[in-house]
Design a binder for this molecule. Structure first.
Ligand code: GLP
Length: 233
């Protein structure tokens, strides 16, 4: 795992963007995307880059169960607004949070991932060390599955919802094994609120207690931090 510590989130985003630029230039076919506030600046840079992405497929990490793509809190909606409506991607995939049979949807999504192996995956980290919606305790062998969100994750994400009870309790998420299959991973973390999770990810034992610690085992993982997120290293 390569750890890069930058002064600010802007500089960290710039570093991540440089890696993206090089991989786009080198024939990247499938991009793994994340949501949340962390990659927003990166998506702004990508959508104004003028790149031709008509040969690029995207796959997203996760989606809330029970939110339709036109719900502003859904990850489908976020991706449309932040990236997809500006760019001509070949295909864009997210799990369907409205699927009648979520289990079947997980299998369908895992098949999509098999057909579109991820070249470069962007990741954020939850304050409890989750990646995607793989909460502490999730097996490192997990594939795409239905996840119960922990109270701390619902708490961290409630800022996007009007009422606490509107925060979904479940999501469909790529599993840890599905995420680790990416050829290269860029993990971004900004702000002091992530410092404990970042320390466990980088310096702690590789353990299901901190799902992101599995990145220590990835051969091509970049962890790009601002000073706040790095303050406990
Ligand atoms: C959510 C998402 C994650 C994301 C995390 C951090 O729970 N499922 O994919 O990385 O939040 O979000 P933020 O970047 O807003 O801190």
């Amino acid at each position: 795992m390569n750890v890069l510590i930058c002064k600010t989130a802007e500089e960290a985003t710039e570093q991540a963007y440089d890696i993206f630029k090089r991989r786009f230039g080198n024939g990247l076919k499938t991009l793994g995307l994340a949501t949340g506030s962390t990659p927003l600046k990166l998506y702004e840079k990508i959508r104004t880059s003028g790149w031709d992405v008509s040969h690029v497929t995207t796959v997203n990490l996760d989606e809330y169960i029970g939110l339709s793509p036109d719900s502003p809190q859904s990850y489908n909606y976020y991706m449309q607004e932040e990236l997809f409506k500006y760019m001509n991607f070949k295909n864009t995939y997210l799990p369907n949070g409205m699927a009648e049979d979520p289990q079947e949807e997980c299998e369908r999504y895992e098949q999509i991932l098999k057909e579109n192996p991820v070249d470069l995956q962007i990741l954020g980290i939850g304050p409890n060390g989750h990646i995607g919606f793989n909460e502490p305790g999730t097996s490192f062998h997990s594939l795409t599955h239905v996840a119960e969100l922990t109270p701390s994750t619902r708490e961290a994400n409630k800022r996007f919802f009007e009422k606490d009870e509107e925060v979904p309790t479940k999501a469909i998420t790529m599993g840890i094994s599905s995420i680790m299959a990416a050829k290269e991973i860029i993990m971004l973390a900004f702000g002091e609120g992530k410092a404990d999770a970042v320390r466990k990810m980088v310096e702690g034992p590789v353990s299901v207690d901190c799902p992101a610690s599995v990145l220590q085992k990835h051969e091509h993982a970049w962890v790009i931090l601002d000073e706040g997120a790095a303050e406990k290293l």
